[in-house]
Design a protein around this ligand. Sequence first.
Ligand code: SAM
Length: 243
Amino acid sequence: MAKLGTWKTGAMRRLEGRTPRQIAALTLKTIRHKVRSFGPAAARARRADQAFDRRWGTDTGGLMNLSALNVARDRALLGNGYQASNGVALEQALAVAGIDPARFTFIDYGSGKGRVVLIAAATGFARAIGVEFAPELHTVALANADRFLAVGGAPQRCEMVLGDAGAYDPPAGPIFAYIYNSFGPVILREVLERLEQRAAAGEEIIAVYVNPRHREAFEEGARWHVIADREDWVLYRPAATAH
Ligand SMILES: C[S@@+](CC[C@H](N)C(=O)[O-])C[C@H]1O[C@@H](n2cnc3c(N)ncnc32)[C@H](O)[C@@H]1O
């Protein structure tokens, strides 16, 4: 009974002050999230989670709904909850891009517990950065970065940034941007605008969009060229660069 009372309080707190339309959107998201967590893809993801974390002693697994995390409501409604990448798309996209990762800064927009940031650091990127807006996930990501360095997973420590992906200014130099369907088109456009500005200033930018549900954000206005188009991911370069 006490448990039910606690659940009710938490759920009601998350719905407080929302419009009926926002409540409907949130409910739909929660249902989708629950359904996904029982499917075969979720079972495969759970096995991958366990294998990675068993190997490195990290905590990168699980699913987490944004409504359960301490993030600004208006931004949470534009984003998707946590589910880690398994690294396959990154490996495939890197092979197609044919770049030397040592020349690039890797940025994961919406990095959660940081698994793909750890994988990028191990792959040899000059810097590996994760940007995550949920403080609970960011705290786990920081511990994972420490652990990964301590057990020799990567030669340098990953950089975990707490903040909104749409407001994050990427560092100078060549950038490999990684976006795993972390948010909808509104935030995606904010991220792309900052990358486009860098490209217009002459910086080399490559972006891989995994589980690409909002390709229109990249492809409207022909500001990005498709370099490779696979079932699970699309590789882009901004039209503004000559690289
Ligand atoms: C599908 S998970 C991807 C996790 C990670 N990129 C990976 O591939 O392993 C989406 C993540 O994006 C985060 N997220 C959603 N909207 C965000 C925003 N506006 N700014 C920063 N992080 C965001 C969520 O909290 C969640 O951790």
